[in-house]
Design a protein around this ligand. Sequence first.
Ligand SMILES: Cc1ncc(C[n+]2csc(CCOP(=O)(O)OP(=O)(O)O)c2C)c(N)n1
Ligand SMILES: [Mg+2]
Length: 414
Amino acid sequence: MSNATVSKAALSSAAGLASLSSSAAVSNSKTATHKVKFIAGNSLSIPTLKLLKADGAEYKGGSAANLDKETALHSYKTMQFIRVLDDRMVAAQRQGRLSFYLTCTGEEAAVVGSAAALQPTDMIMGQYREQAALRYRGFTTEQFMGQLMGNEMDLGKGRQMPVHYGSKELNYMTISSPLATQIPQAAGFAYGQKLADKGDCTVCYFGEGAASEGDFHAGLNMAAVQNVPVIFICRNNGYAISTPAEEQFKGDGIASRGVGYGIQTIRVDGNDLLAVYSATVAAREFSVNNNQPVLIECMTYRLGAHSTSDDPSGYRSKSEEDIWREKDPIARFKNWLLKKQWWSDDEDKVLLEQYRSEVLATLKQVEKLPLQAFDSLITDVYDQPTQQLQEQFDALKEHLGKYPEHYPTSAGSL
Ligand SMILES: Cc1ncc(C[n+]2csc(CCOP(=O)(O)OP(=O)(O)O)c2C)c(N)n1
Ligand SMILES: [Mg+2]
């Protein structure tokens, strides 16, 4: 071996070692210290982006994205529709017409403002309180009701609890109840989008409570190290059922964790549709152009109960709720539209009346439809039902045949 060869080999191995050690570096730090000094847990304080005041006026010097009239009105109408749907469906549950319901009330701007900034081919993976994003994409009133009733109109074939919507056509992944599972799934889906290279991204919604799950940490870290186009949107609505946010974590909200994972992060007033929209437009552009995750924390408030199985009067005061009622995201955005003369109070009255009658009429019509045919329960789960699944199905059939009086007449119509 010549000297030249030796030194070349030595050089390349030294270069290999150097690149190995730099890729193994786990911190950006270029400075050393010789004093014991801790960084205080509360030293990070992340600002909140606000663009709209309560009266609909814009803050001076704000960096709002261009929101055109058509998108603005579609966003507004979607928020109003969902408010009406939520109110009526809670009432329907109280009347025994539905088994369960979850509202988006108070959080409409966080959901619609972000959905409006996406492309229809972007995948949405939600938690369970983001029905407004599905409506924004065109989910029909009949489709909502069909899922809630689990009847023959239900795209999910009656196999899920109410509110666990999904639509392949609208790129809206079916909701699953175990908290935070959508977070690593979103990182994985976005990895696939990166490989497909069509310029799509995944948007993943979750509550601040779900951010206490291990899946949140796994998902964010995976997205960061794999460099994938995913936008994580945390609805920090103050509660995980009855547990207030201050009993859930000590750090500066959820946004501080994005910084910890090396993820581009922003905190936004979630009741300010223009702020959420502007942040998501910028997040999407950055995420897709750079194949990078982004975390958006929307500060908002769950105005309703956690679900129809919950009564918030046991753990929070009416006066606290009233403070947030004053910050209603729909009223704030309506004021902006009125100022721009894109909308009027008269048009508002007509719209609300139209939505109320549409929702009531559709409920009456869809609740009469038959449930899914019992015999189709397992036909499309696998190519052929497994032996175990077939045995469970047969046992269920026998049970329904034995105790028909305990089940709706259309259930298991054999
Ligand atoms: C793994 C898991 N643990 C517990 C639950 C029960 N659970 C359902 S919703 C919820 C609270 C979630 O709070 P958050 O993520 O803040 O969402 P929000 O309801 O406030 O929108 C809990 C604990 C669950 N569904 N899954
Ligand atoms: Mg919450």
